[in-house]
Design a protein around this ligand. Structure first.
Ligand SMILES: O=P(O)(O)O[C@H]1O[C@H](CO)[C@@H](O)[C@H]1O
Ligand SMILES: O=c1cc[nH]c(=O)[nH]1
Length: 287
């Protein structure tokens, strides 16, 4: 049965609804950045750029870097955007837009996030790099899908008990990144750990400007949590969506993060852009 026009939405030029992309516009290696200005910060290192487009916060450039065709896409902020980007990217490679049916031979993409994040451990310094071995979803978007095969219930149950997790909030989900990609990108320069993905930047990450938050001990309890020698290292807003949907679709994903805030120390990088620039170079050198 063809997928209905209300579900697989194509623009008049045949591109997919939000990303404005056609199947030929993307490579097999996809770099995600949050900020649309970060797209050209990555592609300025490319040997050539053969395609670019933008719709809303989703800016895309595709080009050649050392003989590899790589696509860089800005995802904007949050896992709700990741739901759009991952579903549309997968459709671009695994659904035939002519017949509106799923292809027999499925393609696997390599998805690499280059993002910014706040450390929740006081020994992880500002301007360092961190690879997420796992993501801890505190958002809930992934509950729309069948997550049973990708979640880690014993780790999740231990986290729920340790943090006295509010039953009115979505059940946390822990998802692994791609070990192949983690082995490729890790080095003595990178910290590793469990990345908590929050549903917002302020209250959901324990920040208080004027509004009091409902659980003031959550960050402290996350800081002291450990399971099988794995600790929660940092907070950001996309990695769990990427790890969860990539695993469900059969793609490989890794999240590399520049530490621009240290929450227990109360500090923020004096030059986040320079740190992101270094992380971009680090990533491209290993791609
Ligand atoms: O710098 P990016 O990749 O956007 O990542 C982080 O920065 C944003 C918040 O300032 C959130 O998207 C968070 O995940
Ligand atoms: O503290 C931080 C820093 C960057 N991005 C986040 O989501 N949180």
């Amino acid at each position: 049965m063809p997928i209905k026009p209300s579900e697989l939405i194509l623009n008049p030029d045949g591109s997919i609804y939000h990303l404005n992309l056609k199947p030929q516009d993307i490579g097999n290696i996809i770099i995600f950045v949050g900020d649309q200005d970060r797209v050209s910060q990555v592609t300025k290192h490319f040997d050539s750029i053969d395609f670019e487009t933008q719709k809303r916060e989703f800016k895309t450039q595709t080009g050649l870097f050392k003989g590899k065709r790589i696509t860089v896409i800005s995802t904007g902020i949050g896992t709700d955007n990741i739901d759009i980007v991952l579903n549309e990217l997968d459709a671009l490679v695994n659904i035939d837009f002519g017949t509106r049916t799923v292809k027999k031979k499925l393609k696997t993409l390599d998805i690499i996030r280059i993002g910014t994040t706040g450390a929740i451990q006081n020994d992880i310094p500002l301007d360092s790099f961190l690879i997420s071995t796992h993501a801890l979803d505190l958002v809930g978007m992934l509950h729309a899908y069948h997550i049973e095969t990708i979640s880690n219930s014993s780790l999740e149950d231990t986290f729920i008990a340790h943090t006295n997790w509010d039953k009115n909030r979505a059940r946390p989900i822990v998802i692994e990144g791609s070990n192949t990609l983690i082995d490729k990108f890790k080095s003595a320069q990178t910290y590793q750990g469990l990345t908590a993905t929050a549903s917002g930047f302020y209250g959901p990450q324990g920040r208080t400007l004027r509004l009091p938050i409902s659980n003031r001990s959550l960050n402290k309890n996350m800081e002291s949590f450990s399971f099988d020698n794995t600790r929660i290292t940092n907070l950001e807003m996309e990695t769990s969506g990427i790890y969860g949907l990539a695993k469900l679709f059969g793609h490989r994903a890794i999240s590399l993060n520049a530490i621009i805030a240290n929450r227990p120390n109360g500090t923020f990088s004096s030059n986040p852009k320079a740190t992101v620039e270094k992380l971009i170079t680090y990533t491209l050198e290993r791609i």
